[in-house]
Write a new protein. Structure first.
Length: 86
């Protein structure tokens, strides 16, 4: 397995990941999000279980919200995310 470090240059970015229980894609997405946040402390990340999420109509998990706008469902496309937030 190759471990990559993801560095983001832009500041004041909010990433929310909506997950559900027993979801392998959610676990993978959370791992990617934690890696991004660990390498970019200026990025605010939040991982929320869908049962606790009341801000929108999310029916599919994982769902990634960037700055309060739905960005993607399913596994995170790291290259697409990095280009969005760089």
């Amino acid at each position: 397995m190759v471990h990559r470090t993801f560095t983001i240059k832009k500041t004041e970015m909010m990433l929310k990941l909506i997950i559900s229980d027993n979801c392998k894609a959610c676990e993978r997405a959370a791992k990617v999000l934690r890696n991004i946040q660990a390498n970019n402390p200026q990025i605010i990340t939040e991982i929320i279980n869908i049962n606790s999420y009341n801000a929108g109509r999310i029916l599919i998990t994982p769902a990634l919200i960037v700055n309060n706008q739905l960005f993607s469902y399913g596994d995170i496309d790291v290259e697409k995310l990095l280009s969005k937030i760089n």
